[in-house]
Design a protein around this ligand. Sequence first.
Ligand code: AHN
Ligand code: ZN
Length: 332
Amino acid sequence: MNRIFLWLSLSLGMLATASCGGGTKTTDPLVYEPVAPTFCEDSAYAYVEKQCSFGPRTMNSEAHAMCGEWIAEKFRSFGATTIIQSAESKLYDGTVVSMQNIIASMNPSATVRVIISGHWDSRPWADNDPDESNHHTPIDGANDGGSSIGVMLEIARQMALQGDTCGVKVGIDFICWDAEDCGTPKFDDNAGIDNANTWCLGSQYWADNRHAEGYRARWGMNLDMVGGNNSQFKKEAYSMHYAPSYVDRIWSTARKLGYDNYFVNEDGGGVTDDHVQVNISGIPCVDIIANKSDDFGFPETWHTINDNISNISKNTLKAVGQTVMEVIWNEQ
Ligand code: AHN
Ligand code: ZN
């Protein structure tokens, strides 16, 4: 676990026992007048459920192919200009995989653009499961992958409902990364070898090969595990390094909406995630990724067979979806 995080900072705050509730808001919503329409958590949940219904979306599988088509079609149905960026890559063990980054653009002609991204593949191995006999079992990835795409699809649907402008003043690019979650499994890990580049293969490819000539976005948000029970989102360290003002904007917006029990004002560790590639390639990008509530680690169901639809929380989907919408609706 400790290799997953760079402990860039250690604050007293992490020692405090954190608690987080369901959808209960902590501040009086009357002091802030939201500008975004209402994010529907039931709809986002249904999108997560649908992705899981294909079966684990592991690389080169039939379920993966079918779900990818469904995601692209869904974005198209919301009026997004949607392209598939296809490429081949290699896993840690040399297996060749066929990847598809799905890129769906709303207001495609707007020059100022904001990225909302998340990965759509699911991990082929439950290698963090407490029961070792499950370590080679693929996961549904309801939270790990599915929740991100569920929230993104619901935001796109809300934009479509707003007519020609999509309700926002900027262009939005929804980027669904492929092959994020097939990094070296624990059972095949040679201690001491740096495996960071075996993760995030889709975003690595995109960082070197933009989907459109001269593509540029002002900034971005990457969503990862945004639908678990009792979730807390801490300020991830690479995001704080590359995009501190945008971290502030997201966390302060969440506070205004009464979601500061989800977006807690604490530093998290640094995570090897798709946002790192976006940042390195010159676009500031914030990772909104769940932490375990009591320390820096990932949620309980992370890379276990329990990362399934029965552990998805509509309240968490709502807190994240509504916050992201409020942020982009305020973007000038
Ligand atoms: C590593 O475990 C190196 N990075 C975690 C990124 C991730 C995996 N997010 C979801 N699954
Ligand atoms: Zn994962």
